[in-house]
Design a protein around this ligand. Structure first.
Ligand SMILES: O=C(O)CCC(=O)C(=O)O
Length: 273
């Protein structure tokens, strides 16, 4: 399965973001991608002050454009994320569409990005957002896919649950920054891939040095062996990679850690279906 990660240059003008996303998803489909992902906050700048201003209901205008992009291009589309308003609460939400344009999954970021690294970066998503409470997977003809958003990648348990649910690809639309990006972005992705012996893809917005929050870029795909098989710098681009579900099985046969876990000593205990 050829996948495409759209490292979109996100501006403060929502209509421009939607137009640009529409063009790039169409280009990716013409290049043969069967699954396309947009980045976190693909239609608004990233920042707690922007979330209330750009938030939309689901369904709503951005939802409708995403659905059309999937349908017109006959692709599975992971719609990055946008701020969602529901019953007076805001969420950082990713909608996933099948090639008919139907929404088949919706992920609300589970782990909110609240950090404070003195002198470097303080960010408190919880100032305006509420967390989601469910796991998000969907089926494609090629393999099952698990979805997380950005900070969700720091929690190995989530990836482990997805691996147990038989996902062979995890996709994290995300927007790391100039402090944690160079330090942790690729390391986390390779860690999740190797621990769980599956593919991991991360999709960032392009870097805008004039923005309040400067994204790291570097959208990347890692294979089940822990190798980076596709990556890029920080400019707007489409990154392509081939996902081979048979290779997941091959690696799992070669190094059968999944069968060697000591369930008599520890287990992964999860509380939601
Ligand atoms: O975990 C990080 O360092 C960055 C996370 C982030 O930017 C996000 O969750 O949006």
């Amino acid at each position: 399965m050829k996948i495409a990660l759209v490292q979109l240059a996100v501006s403060a003008t929502k209509a421009d973001n939607l137009n640009r996303a529409t063009q790039l998803v169409s280009r990716a489909a013409k290049e043969g991608a069967k699954l396309v992902s947009l980045p976190e906050c693909f239609n608004s700048p990233y920042g707690t002050s922007y979330f209330p201003e750009y938030a939309e209901k689901i369904p709503g205008a951005s939802f409708d454009s995403l659905s059309s992009m999937a349908k017109e291009n006959q692709v599975y589309l992971i719609g990055g994320s946008f701020p969602e308003e529901d019953n007076g609460k805001l969420f950082n939400t990713c909608c996933v569409f099948n090639p008919k344009g139907e929404m088949i999954a919706k992920h609300r970021k589970i782990h909110l990005f609240d950090i404070d690294v003195p002198g470097k970066i303080r960010f408190q998503e919880s100032e305006t957002l509420s967390p989601g409470n469910s796991f998000t997977t969907f089926d494609t003809p090629y393999c099952k896919v698990g979805v997380g958003i950005c900070y969700d990648i720091r929690f190995p348990e989530l990836a482990q649950v997805y691996a147990k649910l038989n996902c062979k690809l995890l996709v994290y639309p995300g927007a790391f920054n100039m402090t944690t990006g160079p330090a942790h972005w690729e390391l986390l992705q390779r860690g999740r891939a190797l621990d769980n012996q599956l593919y991991v893809a991360t999709v960032s917005p392009a870097r805008d040095t004039g923005a309040k929050y400067v994204a790291w870029g570097h959208s990347t795909v890692v294979n089940p062996w822990g190798e980076v098989i596709a990556t890029t710098e920080h400019q707007e681009t489409i990154l392509y990679a081939d996902i081979d579900p048979a290779y997941v099985e091959e690696v799992r046969e070669q190094i059968p850690t999944r069968k060697q876990k000591r369930d008599d000593m520890y287990t992964l205990d999860w509380k939601k279906s």
